[in-house]
Design a protein around this ligand. Structure first.
Ligand code: CU
Length: 698
């Protein structure tokens, strides 16, 4: 009954700007190098969704997680308020190829993923997010469960000598603030864009007024320079640094003392008017992440103090050429490379013996975490598009990845497990075929099949007796893992209809459904023949070792309906469902999100906008017991947002998030870990939160 009343309220109350996923055929053409979906039907990949407008009508400060919060099919994996990562259709981490600006990659240094790529890029810089929903393109690197491209702002389109904005945001829950400055300029052939931001977040309170350890400070800046030699040649350089300090992670055994990252990239683009050769795109990038974490503020400190100093170096590049073969064939061919290496150890000072008695002289140990490991991936690909008619096209892609891996400073216990250990080479094949048909009256249908292969990550191969999961197990890497394969079939249908009537102006609608058969799915599995290396008497005494499982699958759908009415109103509803099965263990795969439904009613004019959003998340009774998951009850959260523009160039926005102060936890969120005031129960989400955001453009 409560639900019905709230839904009715939604319809009746005043409201706002729905950021709808735009089907690919309605995107404005942009000349930028950063995008992978340009609106050109001859070039765009199959099965994409786009979310843009991240910089318009802002009503609250952003953190990286919120960028994905409102995209249908996405859920968030949280370890607190900082290290937030997207889960898309029950795939996450290295199963998703997360990059930004059309191919720049950066990997975290922390074995607990305190610093994923989503924390290395300032959320303020992101102007849009592009998603390829499965292994349906081979052009953007290894693609197992999808590609996510975060596009950051550029000065390429600036039309003034100096243009920019100053903004400031505040959130009451946690007494958190964000301040930032953006500047951009174009002088003839040269353009530059830059931004600086500072955020200071406090611990938030959940719906029952429990204070959750989650505070952090972060300073970041980004710079992009571009030079257009002429209409056909352009060069762009980008550089960014991010400094995280004193980050509390409610769901991890340690806190971040320091996380410094540096990322640089260089892009060159050539367009040709030759009949066959149409252009070239070259890219190189480099990133370095320096991470320090410790347990100095945690209960375990009294027994044993621990500090880990780890770093990660990523570098890579891409060279892609574009060809027209007659009027019916378009061809993209190229090669890409990505190298990731990690090193770092944990220094431990044991102060009490196993009986809990203080040791007169504490014992010092150095534990190997990353074992000086690396993976190098060299990919080569060819993707062709054949135009059967003007309205129908076929895409065919093929990709080979050559992966080499090794670890050069082995922990003796790890080395004893794998006596034949050495450098390893693998070759993986990925491919796809898609058919797309434009139907009359703005309808499109796409049918795709893709096979995406992904070799094991560094964690899965080489982690040495370290707690990296959301469960209390020590994890052990397995250098002999086979590559994980996703065979995905997908059908999607999108349409829109315009009306002459004054009541309903336009409706947009769509549905996508998919079925994936996994081969060699990689999972950490308890190995009862082994005993954990550190604290060997503390349960669980057996560690988890990464294994390939034989048989697993997922299937699901997303659907949306967006109705524009009375010129300024807008009603959006979205639904996403995913079902997974680990057939070997007869249970769900880990991190399968529950059914999610969203309703959003909005009102928007030039000067004023408002919205009510109501999210219903169903309970998730289907769990992965081997992953220590527990069933999660359903919950409902309502947010109200509004803003206005009192002066030209000035906008003021505010919101009440979680207006009913709902006490809840998300199914994918980690459990409290090594915290004085909490047992190992799931971390609860923020309660009611008032936000304010002011932005001045000049
Ligand atoms: Cu860490």
């Amino acid at each position: 009954m409560k639900k019905i009343v709230i839904i009715a309220l939604l319809w009746l109350s005043a409201m706002a700007n729905a950021q709808v996923e735009i089907p690919s055929d309605s995107i404005k053409v942009t000349p930028l190098k950063e995008v992978i979906v340009s609106g050109d039907i001859r070039k765009d990949p199959a099965q994409v969704i786009i979310k843009s407008d991240y910089q318009n009508k802002v009503v609250q400060p952003k953190n990286s997680g919120q960028l994905f919060e409102d995209i249908n099919g996405f859920s968030l994996i949280k370890r607190g308020n900082y290290a937030v990562e997207p889960n898309f259709r029950a795939s996450q981490y290295e199963q998703l190829n997360i990059q930004y600006d059309g191919g720049t990659k950066a990997y975290h240094a922390c074995p607990n993923r305190m610093d994923p790529i989503t924390t290395l890029v300032n959320p303020e810089e992101v102007t849009r997010i592009e998603i390829i929903k499965g292994p349906f393109s081979v052009r953007y690197g290894t693609n197992f469960g999808g590609v996510i491209n975060m596009v950051t702002q550029t000065g390429a389109l600036a039309n003034k000598k100096i243009k920019g904005s100053i903004s400031s945001g505040y959130e009451s829950n946690g007494n958190s603030s964000v301040n930032m400055i953006n500047l951009m300029s174009r002088i003839n052939k040269f353009y530059i864009a830059g931004n600086v931001s500072y955020r200071d977040y406090g611990n938030y309170e959940d719906g029952n007024q429990n204070e959750i350890p989650s505070s952090f400070r972060n300073t970041g800046y980004g710079l992009k320079f571009g030079y257009d030699f002429n209409e056909k040649n352009s060069l762009q350089a980008s550089f960014r640094q991010n400094f995280g300090r004193d980050v509390l992670h409610a769901g991890l055994p340690m806190d971040t003392d320091k996380d410094d990252s540096t990322i640089g990239s260089l892009d060159y683009k050539l367009t040709s008017s030759n009949n066959y050769f149409k252009g070239l795109h070259a890219k190189v990038y480099y990133s370095f992440v320096d991470h320090i974490m410790s347990n100095y503020k945690r209960p375990s400190f009294t027994n044993s103090e621990a500090i880990a100093l780890v770093d990660a170096t990523t570098f890579g590049g891409k060279l892609e050429s574009e060809w027209n073969l007659g009027t019916n064939w378009k061809l993209f061919g190229g090669t890409d490379f990505v190298s990731l290496s990690r090193e770092g150890n944990r220094n431990r000072l044991v102060k009490r013996n196993m009986m809990g008695v203080l040791i007169p002289t504490p014992l010092a140990f150095e534990d190997k975490i990353w074992q000086d490991s690396y993976t190098n991936t060299l990919g080569t690909f060819l993707e062709a598009r054949y135009f059967i008619t003007e309205k129908a096209s076929l895409t065919l892609g093929s990709r080979l990845d050559f992966v080499s891996s090794n670890a050069e400073d082995l922990d003796p216990t790890f080395a004893a497990l794998y006596p034949n250990f050495g450098k390893r080479n693998e070759t993986n094949y990925s491919g796809n075929i898609s058919f797309k048909q434009y139907l009359p009256n703005h309808k499109t249908v796409e049918i795709s099949f893709g096979r995406g292969s992904r070799s094991a990550s560094i964690e899965e191969r080489f982690i040495a007796f370290f707690n990296i999961g959301r469960d209390p197990y020590e994890y052990v890497g397995n250098p002999n893992l086979k590559a994980e394969v996703n065979n995905q079939f997908e059908i999607s249908f999108n349409g829109k209809k315009y009306f002459e009537a004054k009541t309903i102006n336009q409706i947009n609608y769509g549905i996508a459904t998919y079925y994936s058969i996994y081969e060699n799915y990689i999972l950490g599995v308890v190995d009862e023949t082994l005993i954990r290396k550190y604290n060997p008497t503390t349960p669980p005494i057996h560690p988890k070792v990464f294994r390939n499982i034989d048989s697993a699958m997922k299937t699901g759908f997303e659907t949306y309906l967006d109705v524009k009415l009375y010129n300024h109103f807008n009603f959006l509803t979205e639904l996403a469902y995913v079902y997974t099965e680990n057939k070997d263990f007869n249970e769900n795969l880990p991190l399968t999100p529950p059914l999610q439904t969203r309703f959003k009613l909005g009102y928007e004019t030039e000067k004023f906008w408002a919205s009510v959003q109501y999210n219903i998340t169903a309970r998730q009774p289907k769990i992965s017991q081997s992953f220590d998951e527990i069933a999660t009850p359903g919950y409902e959260v309502m947010d109200i947002k509004a803003g206005f523009s009192p002066l030209k160039n000035l906008s003021i926005g505010g919101a009440v998030l979680n207006i009913f102060d709902q006490y809840y936890n998300n199914h994918l969120t980690f459990a409290f870990n090594n915290q004085p005031d909490f047992g190992r129960t799931p971390i609860t989400e923020p309660g009611r939160n008032f936000t304010l955001f002011v932005n001045y453009k000049f």
